[in-house]
Ligand binder design. Sequence first.
Ligand SMILES: [Zn+2]
Length: 306
Amino acid sequence: MAGEGHHGGVTAVPTADPVAADRPAVGPAATDPGTLEALAGLVGDGEVVVLSGAGLSTDSGIPDYRGVTGSLRRHTPMTYQTFLRDPRGRHRYWARSFVGWPQIREARPNAGHVAVADLQRAGLVAGMVTQNVDGLHQAAGARDVVELHGGLDRTICLSCGDVADRGELHERLRAANPHFGPHVDEVNPDGDAELPDELLDGFVMVDCRACGRGPLKPDVVFFGETVPRDRVDICFAMVEQAGSLLVLGSSLTVMSGYRFVLRAEKLGIPVGLVNLGPTRGDAKVDVRVDAPLGSVLPDLVRRVTA
Ligand SMILES: [Zn+2]
């Protein structure tokens, strides 16, 4: 389903949203104490289901190409269809990804990730869903995180289904490409670096360690790819049982996350949202805080655990 996933380096972002446009925004878009107190009231009631997006990881050096600081819109989109059908496109993806992987691997959780893990340890979180593929929630100590769009820490073989460790693949790629490693300044959220075409020919891709064929694909949902149905159903079931839904750092641009807000709204489950900048869901939420997550979330933890 087009527009479902988004981990191919998407540049085209839908801006018109007739659903949200017909309702006025609710609540003040500010960090005034009243709004934070309202958010703390929501979260303090417990049974919170967290839905997080790229905005939570920007403080960890992983760019949010849809947020206010997005700077990667020139990046050529890699769709699932291109990845499957175009060997050259696949080769380009893996060459860029080889160069960009160390930056993703070395990223560390920030205060926002730590705060979410603290909320979970305090017993207030009933479920965690992330659209991020960087593993930083888990690195901060969160448990039972559903990775809606998969994770960059592993690969899957499209021939035999073997799931392998990405770090191990990186070592195999390093052995096959001892002199390939141009300096790059920017990495997109897929761990996929800008790289001139003329460099790509020198890159050597390796095959699946299990079947000797492939191709290998990062175990993430690409733009134009459908999130596995059983994974979606698990998330819907969590949202339907939630005391509240807490959206963190997502502009809710893609339906793959936005549909959970719509489901919560339909069921009368309150929705809180913390994001820097406007989101598609602004008219649908009960409490909205427009501020940096790295300061709001630790404050939130202090309020609900005091
Ligand atoms: Zn294989």
